[in-house]
Design a binder for this molecule. Structure first.
Ligand SMILES: NC(=O)c1ccc[n+]([C@@H]2O[C@H](COP(=O)([O-])OP(=O)(O)OC[C@H]3O[C@@H](n4cnc5c(N)ncnc54)[C@H](OP(=O)(O)O)[C@@H]3O)[C@@H](O)[C@H]2O)c1
Length: 341
């Protein structure tokens, strides 16, 4: 085993768009374990939009990422040394070990994984945090009935792709929004959504609403929002009475300059009144008690090859910053991962 490992730390906070200069690659000696600790060699690192928010020194639901510390992030890998009786060398595990080749854990937030029927990387996607996010927002906020219509933005992505498929399993009409014809084709032909609109063809909320109206002539009963901006304002104008909107993410605002005007600012609050809809934001980590139930269901769908998913895999730790910036610009196609070995 190598005596050193590499990690990526936050070197500086971005102002507006993230750049590669905001990160620094470092080499460190592999630590010696203390009693109760486990050394994990990470195989895959998950890149997620929430990481952008933590790079700011701003009030949020989580502490900001510390400067000069390993970038936070979900990982899956293999136990290579253990001083903890609950974990043995060779165990496959999921943890939050961050952007690094090796990580040390005390086991409290390390989970053993069964890779017999589910690939290791899927535990960072459809059977991990993004899948659980889709499951929670769909079942606990949208709660659509068979025959109703829902809209899902960033529909080809890690979260959105699962939301639309859960809807189809229940006989709910699923309409995706995605950037470009290739992503839209994937959303309908591979994932089985009923329709998909390329939101880049619209230049304002009214144009987006017109495109969506063509595929949702009877309006929208539920909206799963991953993006915000013109998408949110456009979909709001099509909501049926007593519709539900799950605010999962507003990625179109994540790189705005401090003090700027959010693209997701609601343009017409009157719509709340006339359509009497409910809009609710959520953070999946607030609902840890539901994860065993949700992940078990998602694992069954993936193991049975019913739930489809796609991955964008960057090779090697040093590729993580560019892959992360690319994901924030929509260059990923499916769950963005970094393969470390
Ligand atoms: N609330 C929670 O607990 C929770 C948990 C996990 C994730 N989230 C949120 O869920 C959302 C999706 O996350 P994910 O991991 O599934 O990412 P993802 O969809 O796999 O990747 C991000 C996608 O967002 C789209 N996008 C980026 N900038 C955009 C813009 N300006 N306008 C419209 N679309 C844009 C791009 O797709 P297109 O090419 O199709 O535009 C891009 O591929 C994010 O907002 C994230 O913060 C929330």
């Amino acid at each position: 085993m190598s005596q050193t490992y590499q990690r990526i730390v936050l070197a500086s906070r971005p102002s507006g768009w993230v750049t590669a200069d905001n990160f620094r690659l470092e080499s460190l000696p592999i630590p010696t374990l203390e009693d109760g600790q486990i050394l994990v060699r990470n195989h895959y690192l998950s890149l997620d939009p929430y990481m952008r928010g933590r790079m700011n020194d701003a009030k949020s639901y989580a502490q900001p990422q510390a400067i000069d510390a390993t970038m936070v992030g979900g990982t899956v890998g293999e136990v290579v040394q253990s001083c903890n009786e609950r974990f043995a060398v060779g165990d496959k595990v999921r943890g939050m070990l961050g952007w690094c080749e090796y990580g040390v854990s005390d086991g409290a937030t390390l989970f053993k994984l069964d890779t017999t029927h589910i690939p290791l990387s899927a535990y960072l996607g459809p059977v991990g945090m993004p899948g659980m996010t889709a499951w929670y927002g769909y079942h606990k906020i949208l709660e659509p009935k068979p025959g109703q219509t829902i809209v899902v933005s960033a529909a080809s992505g890690a979260v959105g792709s699962v939301v639309g498929q859960l809807a189809r399993f229940q006989g709910v009409r699923a309409i995706g929004l995605a950037g470009g014809s290739e992503k839209c084709r994937y959303v309908t032909e591979e994932l089985g959504f009923d329709a998909c609109v390329d939101y880049r063809q619209a230049h304002n909320p009214a144009e987006l609403a017109a495109l969506l109206h063509e595929v949702a002539p009877h309006g929208v009963d539920g909206h799963f929002e991953n993006v915000g901006g013109d998408v949110l304002n456009g979909v709001m104008s099509l909501l049926n009475p007593f519709a539900r909107v799950a605010i999962c993410g507003l990625i179109s605002d994540y790189n705005m300059q401090a003090g700027g005007v959010a693209r997701s600012a609601i343009q017409n609050p009157h719509l709340f009144l006339v359509a009497r809809f409910r809009m609710e934001g959520f953070i999946v980590s607030d609902h840890l008690e539901l994860w065993p139930q949700g992940l078990k269901e998602l694992a069954g769908y993936v193991a049975g090859r019913r739930l489809k998913y796609r991955e964008s895999v960057a090779q090697g730790l040093e590729a993580a910053p560019e892959a992360f910036i690319g994901m924030l610009k929509g260059r990923n196609f499916g769950k963005q991962l970094v393969k470390l070995i």
